[in-house]
Design a protein around this ligand. Sequence first.
Ligand code: THU
Length: 129
Amino acid sequence: MSHDLFEAARGAMAFAHAPYSKFPVGAAIRAEDGKVYTGANIENLSFPQGWCAEPTAIGAMIMGGAKKIVEMAVIAEKLPLCPPCGGCRQKISEFASKETKIYLCDEAGVKKTMTMEELLPFSFETELG
Ligand code: THU
């Protein structure tokens, strides 16, 4: 069910530390262990030092002992269907498969479902992974 992931992402967005952009973002991952890991963007007065919601959620997943993103939801209250930025696509792809579903949300729920392959076609791959 993607609706619980939407709700988890929306709940995570409330924890955003976004005093500079005033653009809160929330992300929620369902991992291979069945658990949901969440994150919000965390900005910094030294602007380039801030980071997105997606890597916060990835960090929570890794520290929870999981390694695979089964599905993921992203929400931004000021941008319905907020797509993960380019850097985040690369970060997500490290732990996803081409079929992994990414749910883009608005305030009411999942509005668009994309696969990792659609989100990051012709992705960087080497013999290392
Ligand atoms: N942001 C995310 O958290 N995820 C994205 O994929 C896009 C951008 C954050 C970064 C920054 O804190 C704010 O949104 C405005 O760019």
